[in-house]
Design a protein around this ligand. Structure first.
Ligand code: SF4
Length: 453
């Protein structure tokens, strides 16, 4: 396999929740499809009579609960995930309302109710498959197939890794990273910064500005969530819990269990914002987007972290996400929730250890411990909503991240017998062996225990 060349800003993406593979990816697919349509010869666009969109796999099974139709509609109408306003998707909730799709010189009406929820089991190479077609009666005038592969990333038949700069320090595993660090006597964040510059061509200032923007959106999700009361969208009628938890933590002056209540509140807050379809940062996905913000907010507010420490920690958190994505998966549809909240927890544990000034080995150990205790975690969202078990699971992931940091930073490094590469391999194998029913289809587990939703 080629060396990891994912950009930090491809992994930590800003966009609307509640599911990166079900909202950010499909929204981007809708946008890209319309861009392609507008490049077609005028004669093709003129003879097109209808648009057909088909969803397969977990997009079909749980797309409605995840808000996929409204995300696609927003994309078709020119909204992009990283710049859309927090509440823009709510405009597209009315499935009966027709919207005019601009083909370039011609418009076609389309409703979100027109989206076809096709086969859950299918033969396409990725579970989350979408087919967008321009039709003239039964004739297909133009077609694009997209695979939403997790974290908001899209692929398609014939997709090739985009041409980009080569990493200054190529690696595929943590072991290879360690070799570079020793050989060049450098710190991990320095290596990651050099790679990001080489891959993207961005300057150090631009990268730091991007990391500060990510911090701002993560903090915004926490701060908004801890003061927003009410019931989340969807048929479950799930009450937001973050404000209650936060107020209790505050009344205890964030001391003793009040501190843990605050960590829980921050994770619940960002996850509830995600469930509401508001703006979050994929870390590594929307489903796990409450964990890292919770630890970041805890570190800034209660442990006095500097902006520099936050930036360095985010670089390292992204590196853990890269390794998991490259060697296993960060998609619940591929490996279950161990790839979403599990990886999020490992990223947050590494973030915390590194930002607190611990060197490489403690950081790796913290990530490994957090990942290890999420192995086997299934994905069975009730009613197809990213709410139960997802929201509380983010709180559990944040607390586990903090605990992993405590274990790694307290005990002697020599006690650690499993390294990060091995636990990522175990995650990949466990995901491979996991029944498809437990991979974001809502066909098993909790999703079947609460069928009234
Ligand atoms: S159970 Fe985990 S992987 Fe599945 S939708 Fe919820 S957060 Fe995502």
């Amino acid at each position: 396999m080629p060396a990891i060349s994912t950009s930090i800003f491809e992994l930590l993406k800003i966009g609307p929740g509640p599911s990166s593979s079900h909202t950010i990816g499909p929204m981007r697919a809708g946008f890209d499809f319309m861009e392609s349509v507008r490049q077609l010869p005028d004669a093709d666009r003129q003879r097109a009579g209808t648009v057909e969109i088909r969803l397969f796999g977990s997009l079909s099974a749980t797309g409605n609960g995840h808000g996929t139709p409204r995300a696609i509609m927003a994309g078709l109408l020119g909204h992009e995930p990283d710049t859309c306003l927090p509440n823009v998707l709510e405009e597209f909730d009315d499935s009966q309302r027709p919207f005019d799709l601009d083909l370039g010189g011609k418009t076609l009406p389309y409703h979100t109710r027109d989206i076809i929820f096709d086969a859950v089991q299918h033969d396409y190479p990725h579970s989350n498959t979408m087919i967008f077609r321009l039709l003239n009666g039964a004739e297909v005038v133009f077609e694009r197939i997209f695979f939403s592969v997790g974290g908001g990333f899209l692929r398609w038949p014939g997709w090739e890794e985009p041409k980009r700069g080569l990493p200054a320090y190529p690696y595929e595993t943590m072991t290879q990273l360690k070799t570079h660090l020793r050989a060049h006597s450098m710190r991990l964040h320095e290596l990651l910064l050099a790679n990001e510059q080489a891959i993207t061509g961005m300057t150090e200032e631009q990268i730091y500005a991007g990391l500060d923007r990510i911090t701002e959106v993560m903090e915004g999700a926490v701060e908004c969530g801890i003061v927003t009361e009410g019931v989340l969208p969807g048929t479950i009628g799930l009450q937001r819990k973050a404000p209650v938890m936060y107020n209790r933590a505050k009344s205890e002056y964030f001391q003793g269990s009040g501190f843990l209540k605050a960590v829980n509140a921050y994770a619940l807050a960002a996850s509830e914002e995600n469930a509401a379809g508001h703006c979050v940062v994929t870390a590594p996905t929307c489903g796990g987007a409450g964990v890292l913000p919770a630890i970041l907010h805890t570190l800034k507010r209660h442990m006095g972290a500097t902006q520099e420490e936050i930036r360095q920690g985010l670089l390292v958190a992204a590196c853990i996400g890269f390794l998991a994505k490259h060697n296993a998966s960060i998609s619940g549809a591929e490996v279950g929730c161990q790839g979403e909240v599990g990886v999020a927890s490992a990223m947050a544990a590494a973030f915390l250890a590194y930002a607190r000034g611990y060197r490489f080995q403690v950081t790796e150990n913290a990530a490994e411990i957090a990942m290890e205790h999420h192995l086997g975690l299934t994905c069975d969202p009730v009613g197809g909503y990213v709410q139960i078990p997802c929201i509380e699971r983010n709180a559990m992931g944040a607390v586990k991240a903090f605990n992993a940091y405590l274990i790694a930073s307290t005990l002697d490094e020599s006690y650690q017998k499993v390294d990060l590469d091995k636990v990522i391999q175990a995650m990949a194998q466990t995901g491979h062996d996991m029944s498809r029913k437990y991979k974001e289809t809502s066909l098993a587990g909790l999703a079947m225990s609460m069928t009234e939703c």
